[in-house]
Design a protein around this ligand. Structure first.
Ligand SMILES: C[S@@+](CC[C@H](N)C(=O)[O-])C[C@H]1O[C@@H](n2cnc3c(N)ncnc32)[C@H](O)[C@@H]1O
Length: 276
């Protein structure tokens, strides 16, 4: 039976509605066409009445088998966009989240104001923060992660986007030589007791990229202590909704002069800026 691209897209959106809300299903359907098949909306407008070849249909069916089991689209595709650049992602790296752009924007603002010349991204994952800062500043960038698998992906992304970043394997600031400069991090901050109620997709991401003891606060607290002891001028962290008050108190308690919270578009605590 023949099928047009328009019919295939309608069928795809309806299948995605089986496990996404209608708006998300519509948006993801466009992404499958645009990112997966390389067929943007403009192409659809001109050629959508054309017949779908069997190989395209097979691709969609294979992706749908994986997606129905909860695998996120970015892992099926193998890449994700962050600040307009394409980053390879694998099951060893967290999938970039739009909120993390707020951390990059805050780091640019604070770093420029304090006239820093170097910056370290702790828990770099796929490398999105370090690579974005390397592309948008002339700072000397370094990045760390505990996971060798994530570091391999980060190095690949740094290279393919033409940046020179010093990578170190190890925990927090331990592998980073002095002076550390500006410290930025999107470390795991999810409370492990929330795990049973989380979205099915999250079970495909590495637990070591999501969860931290002490209600999600342990790694952020440890980095605030280390960064202050290592004389960083500022430490910027992505944090969980509702963690701002407690983390500001902890930051001030370990000697930072000022601690501020930036909220995201939904009004949730999202970025902590600790200033020396
Ligand atoms: C939430 S993911 C963030 C990845 C990436 N920065 C991003 O924003 O997409 C946290 C990352 O921190 C790493 N990580 C976890 N514990 C760490 C530690 N003690 N020291 C360094 N990295 C750690 C994980 O392997 C993971 O790649």
């Amino acid at each position: 039976m023949t099928q047009t691209y328009h019919q295939l897209r309608a069928e795809l959106t309806s299948a995605l509605t089986g496990f996404l809300d209608p708006e998300e299903a519509q948006a993801e359907g466009f992404r499958w066409f645009e990112e997966g098949l390389g067929l943007p909306r403009s192409w659809m407008a001109a050629h959508g009445a054309g017949e779908v070849p069997a190989e395209v249909r097979r691709k969609i069916d294979a992706w749908m088998d994986r997606r129905r089991k909860g695998e996120p689209w970015a892992y099926i595709l193998g890449w994700s966009l962050f600040r307009g650049h394409r980053f390879t992602v694998t099951p060893e790296t967290l999938i970039p989240r739009p909120e993390t752009e707020l951390l990059v924007v805050a780091a640019l603002e604070v770093g420029q104001r304090l006239k820093v010349d170097r910056c370290v991204d702790i828990g770099t994952g796929s490398g999105i923060i370090a690579v974005s800062l390397a592309l948008e500043t002339d700072w000397k960038l370094s990045a760390t992660d505990l996971s060798p698998g994530a570091l391999k992906v980060a190095k690949m992304n740094a290279k393919s986007l033409g940046t020179a970043i010093q990578f170190h394997e190890g925990s927090l600031l331990n592998p980073v030589p002095d002076p550390v400069g500006l410290v930025v991090a999107n470390l795991p901050y999810v409370d492990p007791t929330d795990q049973p109620s989380l979205q099915r997709e999250l079970s495909f991401e590495p637990p070591s990229a999501l969860f931290a003891p002490d209600r999600g606060l342990a790694l952020s607290t440890a980095l605030l202590i280390q960064a202050h002891a290592r004389k960083s001028p500022a430490c910027l962290l992505e944090i969980g909704a509702g963690q701002g008050g407690e983390l500001c108190r902890r930051a001030m308690g370990v000697g930072w002069r000022k601690a501020l919270i930036h909220q995201d578009l939904a009004g949730h605590d999202r970025i902590l800026v600790a200033l020396a």
